[in-house]
Ligand binder design. Structure first.
Ligand SMILES: Nc1ncnc2c1ncn2[C@@H]1O[C@H](COP(=O)(O)OP(=O)(O)OP(=O)(O)O)[C@@H](O)[C@H]1O
Length: 601
């Protein structure tokens, strides 16, 4: 183990986690190769895990060794893992929003709607060609003008807080989703989406949540939280894929061909059978009383609200429509809803249901947490103690382990997306950028990951990236928890400056320290040569200057999370099993974490 060197030891440990004691203990060594192997397969279900543990899976389907040696807590998480089919598979990487066009009738494919195709239709073109003719469903959509019906759900609320929401009254619909059926109005489109999808968790039976047949499960392989890369596919492959499948399962994934996903399996969730079970529980936003506005992000306004029946305090995230855009309903929001509804983990914010308001507005109802880490750190005078940082890091890593194990990359981890409550619980939110991968993914767009937390490979314009982008962000967050200051504060929208800041601390990479570095598009820029890793200076073992102190092991963890080479960066499993969590001071229990006065009402 080195301290301060650019290169660090690659040894790997396996751990047994004893959550009752609140720390990890090393158990033995293990290879990293299996973890490092790029995997582009779909996640596997709990049953697969069992089969694998029972030794009934083939070599090619082996999970990383660490996973088989997990302790109780991880087993528990795995049992919680009940991932469902993804209702929204047509996604755009540029975070544009999608709106049904001004037409009276659209024919859409059931799942793999080509957003670009829907863009091209005009009011004269009343039909869009379909990608899979046998799978079409027909949607009637009134012209946008006709959508301006009814009263806004928050019309009875305070004056002056309605501008944003009222725009939504004119909002388009999400009829391009697979869940739309023959409907009378855009409001109905939204309502039907809620009814026919699994958006309403409260009425979802476990049975209906389990959408994958055994046959499908058995074709899936790979999981764990080792490195997984997202591979771009060629245009040719992509078009083949779209024509061949309505489900975004990776083309070129040898063990997960389109034929693995039969029509009946895919249609199952959208069938009236499940739709009917949704009907009983769907709720209107007026079931909630708005209390105050918490925050406004790029894609939504978040309110504190109260369930009128149960008096439970919740957070309502209203999906913000962009009326200046050619489209309306943000795909980032569809993606967020879809992913959050299928996640179930203590470190991931819980979405209770999705409710609809008049005018086709859609709200995500989430558990409410008093703070986000950005707000807390901005108000703190002293940084968190080491044991507090461990408590927060452990929760963050466990949440990310759950995501990576489920083939989800968050892609926007940062303090403002980490919620904190007064019980010391940390939960990851804002899944607008999150992607399920193992599916064809279009090349990287600049919008992934807020700049200060963005990894060097993204900044350098890589076309392939992996779960390692989240691990970099976690390294930046760890540094910030220790110092209260963002570690790499590049100038806004200036990737080169961001990289200069990184290289000034970690050393400028070379082809030796990071094989493949010089082939990255951004590597042609002339970076100042800085041969040393100076991170230790910022986080010394002993400090006379007020710099945050960090033990050898703590520094080793930070340094390995912040490895410029994504292949060498720690995986979430490796981070979770790092010895820093074993050494004194041990992580603080959540119940002893500090509480903070709420800025919010
Ligand atoms: N469940 C919640 N409980 C309490 N506050 C929340 C909750 N969800 C979000 N917030 C607050 O609202 C803010 C914005 O939420 P979120 O990040 O989901 O919106 P966004 O529009 O996607 O933001 P961004 O501009 O970062 O993409 C968060 O930083 C947090 O302060």
């Amino acid at each position: 183990m080195t301290a301060g060197g650019v290169e660090v030891s690659r040894s790997c440990v396996a751990v047994v986690v004893d959550r009752t004691r609140g720390f990890n203990s090393r158990k033995g060594g293990g290879g990293r190769d299996a973890e490092r192997r790029h995997q582009t397969k779909r996640p596997i279900e709990a049953d697969d895990d069992r089969r694998w543990r029972d030794g009934r899976r083939g070599d090619s389907e082996k999970r990383p060794r660490l996973v088989s040696q997990r302790g109780e807590v991880r087993e528990e998480y795995r049992v919680q893992k009940r991932r469902k089919c993804s209702p929204f598979a047509s996604e755009r990487e540029d975070n544009k929003v999608v709106r049904a066009p001004l037409c009276e009738k659209i024919i859409i494919t059931n799942q793999f709607v080509d957003v670009t195709a829907t863009r091209t239709i005009s009011s004269e073109d009343h039909q869009v060609s379909v990608l899979s003719p046998e799978l079409v469903s027909t949607v009637s959509v009134l012209p946008v003008e006709a959508q301006l019906d009814g009263q806004h759900p928050f019309d009875d609320l305070e004056e002056g807080q309605l501008e944003d929401e009222q725009q939504v009254v004119q909002a388009p619909n999400i009829a391009t989703s697979k869940w739309a059926t023959c409907l009378e109005s855009p409001k109905d489109v939204i309502t039907d989406v809620v009814k026919n999808s699994r958006w309403n968790r409260s009425s979802l039976s476990p049975e209906s949540g389990e959408l994958l047949s055994e046959g499908r499960r058995s074709t899936q392989s790979g999981s764990g939280s080792g490195r997984r890369s997202v591979e771009p596919i060629s245009a040719h492959e992509h078009s083949e894929h779209e024509l061949g499948s309505r489900f975004d399962i990776g083309v070129g994934e040898a063990e997960c061909s389109t034929s693995d996903f039969t029509e009946s399996e895919i249609d199952e969730p959208a069938s009236s059978e499940i739709g009917l079970s949704m009907l009983a529980g769907s709720r209107d936003v007026n079931e909630y009383q708005k209390l105050s506005k918490i925050n406004e992000g790029t894609y939504g306004v978040v309110y504190k609200a109260k369930d009128r029946k149960t008096e439970e305090i919740v957070a309502l995230k209203m999906i913000k429509m962009n009326m200046e855009d050619e489209y309306g309903f943000p795909l980032t929001s569809l993606r967020e809803i879809n992913i959050l509804l299928s996640c179930n983990h203590p470190s991931i914010v819980n979405v209770k249901e999705v409710v609809v308001g008049n005018g086709a507005s859609v709200f995500m109802v989430m558990e409410h947490l008093e703070h986000d880490l950005r707000g807390v750190m901005d108000r703190m005078k002293q940084p968190f103690s080491t044991s507090e940082v461990k408590c927060l890091m452990m929760q963050l890593l466990e949440g990310v382990k759950y995501l990576h194990s489920n083939w989800i990359i968050h892609r926007d981890l940062k303090p403002s997306n980490l919620l904190l409550n007064n019980s010391g619980e940390l939960k990851i939110c804002d899944f607008g950028m999150a992607r399920q991968y193992g599916s064809p993914i279009k090349p990287y767009t600049q919008l992934v990951v807020t700049q200060w937390y963005r990894s060097p490979e993204l900044l350098l314009g890589t076309k392939e990236y992996s779960t390692a982008v989240d691990m970099w962000s976690i390294g930046c967050i760890m540094a910030e928890l220790l110092s209260l200051k963002p570690l790499f504060r590049g100038k806004s929208q200036n990737d080169i400056d961001q990289l200069q800041q990184i290289f000034a601390v970690l050393g400028t990479p070379s082809e030796t320290s990071w094989p493949g570095f010089t082939s990255l598009p951004g590597a042609k820029a002339k970076f100042r040569k800085q041969p040393y890793n100076l991170l230790r200076k910022k986080f010394p073992a002993v400090s006379f200057t007020g710099a945050p102190i960090l033990s050898e092991l703590g520094f080793d963890l930070l340094n390995r999370l912040l490895n410029c080479d994504p292949e060498k960066r720690l995986t979430v499993d490796e981070a979770l099993s790092h010895g820093w969590f074993d050494e004194a001071p041990l992580q603080k229990s959540k119940e002893f974490m500090p509480t903070f006065a709420s800025k919010r009402n």
